[in-house]
Design a protein around this ligand. Structure first.
Ligand code: GAL
Length: 372
């Protein structure tokens, strides 16, 4: 009996030792020895505990069968599976009916309301990626269960706050229905004029890949890939984080950026995105601005070198990954990304890399086996 107990202790402690070894480019185990199935998500700290939210993906197929998963940790290394924070609905026709697509969930704690608020990209069941909505869910506790609130397009009948009357008029002269062929110089001009902004003015702007950001003054922002993934929108959230105030702006119209990740360093806002190539990796893009409202200036990708030990994936492929969030650990920004495994999405790998700065204060990201 005694030897059985000792054997159990040895097994538990070896599982914990294993859980602490998170090497980039390898599977990351939770305390039960399963790969952490939380993709496209984010981390928050609440009290002395960290919570990691993310897409719980099936081994086969890409629709959402369970919901948004959550893990907890005291040290950002040993992660305990806390189950499904927001479950799919079994009700036919429900916005989050099983078989919908829930992507890129991000959770914030709202100190004013003492609630945990989750926003995520939602695609309705059986409609591919056409719905392009953002959804809201709320919970009294970090591990949930979260209650689904609603899903919506964004900023219906609102112009970006700094778009002047003349620019609004130009956008109103565009006609998206007329452009069947994309990518010509003429088409691009129309996009830059606001062709998709105008097309979706009444029904609301599309919202796909997204992140959330809370500024130092406590204001929260939703940053999303909109207008057929061509233009990013930065939108201010209400104080309870459960709605939009209507104030928003466009970033890099026509730039085709997605997977937005943002942080602030010494008064400069840095936005790191990917291009749009689905699950396949591409070269990251980076922008900086003196304010969340811009103006945004584009920089080269911050990634340098190769992923030594991980198929030597080059910097111009973001080491095979796509960003999901920048988590500031004791003031040190950590770039969190997914190395997507298209065939077995649940097994997509996690990649965490520290963000360094060059002599000019510009972010630089190199491959390291362990972020910390
Ligand atoms: C990527 C996007 C992912 C997912 C995927 C589906 O471009 O970043 O979140 O939507 O496409 O193909």
């Amino acid at each position: 009996m005694k030897s059985l107990a000792l054997c159990c202790i040895a097994l538990v402690s070896s599982a914990q030792t294993q859980a602490q070894e998170h090497v980039n480019g390898q599977l990351w185990m939770d305390t039960e020895g399963n790969h952490i199935n939380a993709h496209g998500g984010n981390i928050i700290q609440y009290g002395d505990t960290y919570y990691w939210y993310g897409e719980n993906r099936p081994y086969r197929g890409f629709t959402t069968e369970a919901g948004v998963g959550v893990y907890s940790s005291k040290d950002l290394k040993t992660w305990k599976n806390e189950g499904i924070a927001l479950a799919v609905s079994e009700e036919a026709g429900h916005d989050i009916e099983r078989g919908c697509i829930m992507e890129r969930p991000k959770v914030l704690y709202n100190a004013k309301t003492n609630k945990f608020v989750m926003l995520f990209h939602l695609e309705l069941k059986g409609r591919g990626y056409e719905a392009a909505r953002v959804a809201f869910a709320v919970s009294d506790t970090p591990t949930g269960p979260f209650r689904f609130v609603r899903s919506t397009r964004v900023n219906a009948n609102k112009w970006p706050f700094d778009m002047n009357k003349k620019a609004q008029k130009l956008a109103q002269q565009t006609n998206a229905a007329q452009w069947k062929d994309w990518w010509s110089a003429e088409w691009r001009k129309e996009v830059e004029k606001g062709m998709y902004l105008w097309r979706d003015m009444q029904g609301g702007q599309m919202s796909r890949d997204m992140t959330l950001y809370v500024d130092k003054d406590g204001k929260a922002y939703h940053i999303t890939s909109s207008q057929e993934n061509l233009t990013l929108l930065v939108s201010e959230l209400t104080d309870d984080y459960l709605d939009f105030t209507g104030k928003y702006n466009m970033v890099a119209p026509g730039g085709q950026n997605e997977a937005p990740c943002i942080f602030q360093h010494e008064g400069t806002y840095w936005l790191i995105c990917s291009g749009c190539t689905g699950w396949a990796p591409n070269e990251a893009r980076m922008f900086s601005a003196p304010s969340i409202w811009g103006p945004w200036t584009q920089h080269p990708s911050p990634f340098v070198g190769v992923a030594t030990g991980y198929r030597d994936m080059p910097a111009n492929k973001t080491f095979g990954a796509q960003g999901t969030y920048i988590y500031e650990m004791n003031g040190k920004p950590i770039f969190m990304a997914d190395i997507w495994n298209e065939r077995h999405l649940s097994n997509s790998l996690h990649l965490w890399l520290p963000i360094d700065f060059d002599g000019q204060g510009v972010p630089v990201i190199r491959w390291v086996d362990k972020a910390f």
